[in-house]
Design a binder for this molecule. Structure first.
Ligand code: 0A1
Ligand code: ZN
Length: 856
């Protein structure tokens, strides 16, 4: 039976022992890597009675243990599956442990493993215990000196954290390199890489004059794809100095791109390890979205140097301390580097389509979880994205100056420490002389709160009374939260902004009065999406149209169009005979005609998707919702074919270069293409776009459209694409993702045969996410096939994958556990698959935790 015993935040206790210093010597070998760890161990002086040291360890062979140079006999310690227990330890001592590990057999990709020909490591959250026995918890911080020994021909680069202090050749063709990291760090920030790479080098001078060498390591032959990431790194370093007044602190910053990686990237001190997807890009092979994401992830990992590394988490329940804050920082960076409104809208789309569902699902948890079985399951949209929204609310409440004052205080107080979310809030509160105790409830509440709004205007007194009330997410209970509600009052005739600002909603219900308003304003509420809530504020089409065309706030302009669309889709869903009303045709035409930024227009004409609509409706029948979405799209196309075609053509004519402007035009062109390809007559245009594409954004959009509508040209261009890009694994990932989305009744045969495609591998997380993940997340029609085949196929893959890489298996299970928005029939089909998985022998704690939550 899988052990599903949870850990609770309330049970936190300080470590009895600390390890201020660690010297590691790692002799790399594919199957027998020898790790010698020599640790200075110190007992907390208040805990003299506690002479038993319990170290964490997993899946390795213990070779020897010495205390102060004396070999321990087997009766002085016990080894179990998850720990090494040493009895009768002195107060201060040097503990030396030798372990043997097998990187080649490590398909879970935690600890030290092989990615292609290279060795690399991943220690967050609890991977260090797969390298050696240790106090694997973030509040144990040490100074590391790491010596790596390996074959020099095969592994000319041997890298670890900090500065290089020694290099020398050894006998038998081996060499040795030593690194010293002068900063205390928890073991989750330890990193090791060994391999043969191409190296891109650059430098950055910090504002106080420190010269930092920048090194980017990529697989041989990929140097031409590394330049954009290097620029993104320099931009991140400059931005953090300008906006947060934070400078880099070592003489070297290294990034290594690897093909086998469970997540996006990892902020190991001075040596980031990246999924190659977030490093490698050139215009031919990467889309505009890829470029955006690379810059965001490079920024994210760099920003962790202060928010995560210099100040780290006391325990893993505090993960949002570093992640929420760092996501907020990377979102602000992206907003400054691109169009602010567009960036913000995209943040909100992710949150609403996916985090809201998580917050209403069986694994719902506060941004600071209180109960965890498998920590890897808590790297969630809630901890990251909602966590960032919570920081954003603080920013809104304190203003930029107050926020920065708080950050300065936080860092001044806690540099070099492992702290809690409460420490963060206290620093923000003290620096601004504010009581943030009510605000801190955001760290413990679960679910998406609702804000209800109701406005009355009194002509006599020329005053507006706005009543706001709040209720917790479905099935939740908690005291009222402090919710900043952005607003804008618009003149209904001219569209001018009469007032704007932020209201602080702190009671269950509150009324806000606005005086001296010459006429009844149109109200845009929750401007900038000022809080992660659902807003219940019924507004007339006229009001929405006014907001859509006139609000200062870009988010509100976009949201007004989305509200119109959502309402209309809901009507199609309820009544299969429903047809597009004139008012909507007109609204859509107005958007198409508007003189607005192309990237913004692209977002405005992009309809709310399946996931977002599932949040908006109840007891959803998937096929019915899909039919509604399809019909709505078709009707919009029929009503505006001419306009869509002409914008499509104009964009094509104006497209050149890789500027921000060109990427906006491409986004708009492809948003139009998405509609136009719904008409088979457009097949020829799709093929020309595919053939004439000068970049991946255009090429992949054409292929995607052909797959989406299963156009006559699809098989042809699909094969051409695979042929053209067969040697580029990252592009082949895009191809796999499209295969999983083809709208064709043969999809299951197609999926099955792709599992044995020569370029597919269950061991590579990017491949798995591209094929299996894309089917579950982006092909709702066949995933929710009424036969239940889609769920069954996913469950089968999860069972296989769980044995190889539980972390990746666990991320794929979302589609099976988050069925609560659907009708009973769907829910019971999903449960059937989950029950089947639960019965399998030895499932991982990763999927075990989620399945039992879903079946509870
Ligand atoms: N701290 C990283 C995310 C990360 C977490 C876990 C990993 O492996 C289990 C890898 C990366 C970040 O926020 O970027
Ligand atoms: Zn992070």
């Amino acid at each position: 039976m899988t052990d599903l015993t949870p850990m609770y935040l309330r049970d936190y206790q300080e470590s009895v022992y600390q390890i201020p210093k660690v010297d590691l010597t790692i002799e790399l070998d594919d199957e027998r890597t020898l790790v010698r760890s020599s640790m200075t161990v110190e007992r907390n002086t208040n805990r003299v009675e506690q002479d038993v040291l319990v170290l964490d360890g997993h899946d390795m062979e213990l070779v020897t243990i010495h205390i102060d140079g004396v070999l321990l006999s087997t009766d002085q310690y016990q080894v179990s599956q998850e720990s090494l227990i040493i009895n009768h330890c002195p107060g201060n001592f040097v503990l030396t442990i030798e372990t043997m590990i097998n990187p080649k057999a490590n398909t879970a990709l935690e600890g030290i493993y092989k990615s292609g020909g290279a060795f690399c490591s991943q220690c967050e959250a609890e991977g260090f215990r797969r390298i050696t026995y240790f106090l694997d918890r973030p509040d144990v911080m040490s100074i590391y000196t790491t010596t790596i020994i390996a074959d020099k021909d095969k592994y000319p680069f041997l890298l670890s954290n900090g500065n290089c202090i020694e290099r020398k050749d050894l006998e038998h063709g081996k060499h040795l390199v030593s690194w010293h990291d002068p900063f205390h760090k928890p073991c989750y920030l330890f990193a090791l890489v060994a391999g043969d790479f191409d190296l891109l080098e650059d430098a950055f001078t910090t504002k106080s004059g420190r010269n930092v060498d920048l090194q980017l390591f990529v697989d041989k032959g990929n140097l031409f794809k590394a330049h954009y990431a290097m620029q993104a790194l320099k931009d991140s370093m400059a931005w953090d100095e300008q906006v947060f007044d934070l400078e880099y602190d070592l003489d070297i910053y290294m990034i290594v791109a690897v093909d086998f990686f469970n997540m996006g990237a990892m902020e190991n001190k001075g040596l980031n390890v990246f999924n190659s997807k977030y490093v490698l890009a050139d215009e031919r092979s990467a889309t505009d979205d890829d470029f955006f994401n690379i810059q965001a992830v490079i920024g994210h990992e760099y920003f962790h140097n202060w928010t995560g590394n210099r100040v780290t988490c006391r325990d893993w329940f505090q993960l949002s301390l570093k992640e929420g804050l760092t996501v907020f920082r990377d979102q602000q960076f992206s907003a400054d580097m691109h169009q602010k409104d567009v960036t913000r809208i995209n943040n909100v789309r992710v949150l609403r389509a996916h985090q809201f569902a998580e917050d209403a699902g069986p694994m719902a948890h506060p941004i600071r979880p209180e109960k965890v079985v498998e920590m890897n399951n808590f790297y969630t949209l809630t901890v990251y994205e909602k966590g960032s929204e919570v920081i954003r609310m603080l920013h809104t409440l304190l203003g930029e100056t107050g926020f920065q004052r708080g950050i300065k205080e936080y860092i001044a107080r806690h540099d070099g420490q492992a702290v809690t979310c409460d420490d963060f809030i206290n620093a923000m509160a003290d620096a601004n002389d504010r009581d943030l105790s009510q605000f801190s409830l955001w760290y413990s509440q679960v679910g998406t709160p609702q804000v209800h709004a109701n406005a009355t205007y009194d002509l006599q007194s020329k005053s507006l009374s706005l009543r706001l009330s709040q209720t917790p997410g479905a099935g939740q209970q908690h005291p009222p939260l402090l919710i900043p509600i952005g607003f804008e009052l618009l003149n209904p005739k001219t569209g001018e902004t009469m007032r704007q600002g932020v209201l602080s909603l702190s009671d269950a219900a509150q009324t806000f009065e606005f005086e001296e308003l010459a006429l009844q304003p149109v109200i845009a509420l929750l401007t900038g999406f000022s809080a992660p809530v659902k807003l219940d504020f019924p507004q007339s089409n006229d009001d929405l149209l006014r907001i859509m065309t006139s609000a200062n706030d870009g988010f509100s302009r976009w949201e007004a169009s989305q509200s119109l669309f959502r309402q209309c889709i809901a009507n199609y869903y309820k009544d299969t005979g429903y047809r597009l009303p004139d008012s909507l045709q007109q609204a859509f035409a107005n958007i198409l005609d508007a003189d607005i930024e192309p990237a913004f227009k692209a977002l405005q004409i992009t309809l709310p998707g399946f996931a977002e609509m599932t949040e908006f409706l109840q007891d959803v029948e998937p096929q019915r919702l899909l039919a509604a979405l399809e019909q709505f799209e078709q009707d919009l196309l029929n009503s505006q074919t001419a306009k869509l075609t002409s914008i499509y053509q104009q964009c094509t004519e104006r497209l050149f270069g890789d500027s921000e402007q060109a990427s906006g035009l491409r986004a708009l062109k492809n948003a139009c293409l998405h509609y136009l390809a719904g008409d088979e007559d457009f097949d020829g245009e799709v093929v020309s776009q595919f053939r004439q594409a000068r970049n991946m954004t255009e090429q992949i959009a054409a292929l995607n459209a052909a797959a989406q509508y299963n156009l006559p040209s699809f098989e042809n261009i699909n094969n051409a694409f695979a042929e053209q890009w067969q040697e580029d694994t990252l592009v082949m990932d895009k191809w796999f993702a499209i295969q999983a989305k083809v709208q064709d009744g043969n999809i299951f045969e197609r999926l099955q045969s792709l599992l044995s495609h020569p370029k597919f591998s269950m061991e590579n997380p990017n491949r798995v996410r591209s094929l299996v993940g894309s089917f579950a997340n982006s092909n709702p029609k066949y995933f929710h096939d009424p036969s239940g085949k889609g769920y069954e196929w996913l469950a089968t893959q999860i069972a296989i994958l769980d044995k190889i890489n539980p972390q990746v298996a666990s991320r794929l299970i979302t589609g099976l556990i988050q069925g609560q928005g659907f009708c009973q029939e769907v829910q019971s089909r999903l449960r059937k698959q989950l029950a089947g998985l639960q019965k399998l022998e030895n499932i991982s704690a990763d999927i075990g935790e989620k399945i039992s939550a879903a079946l509870a």
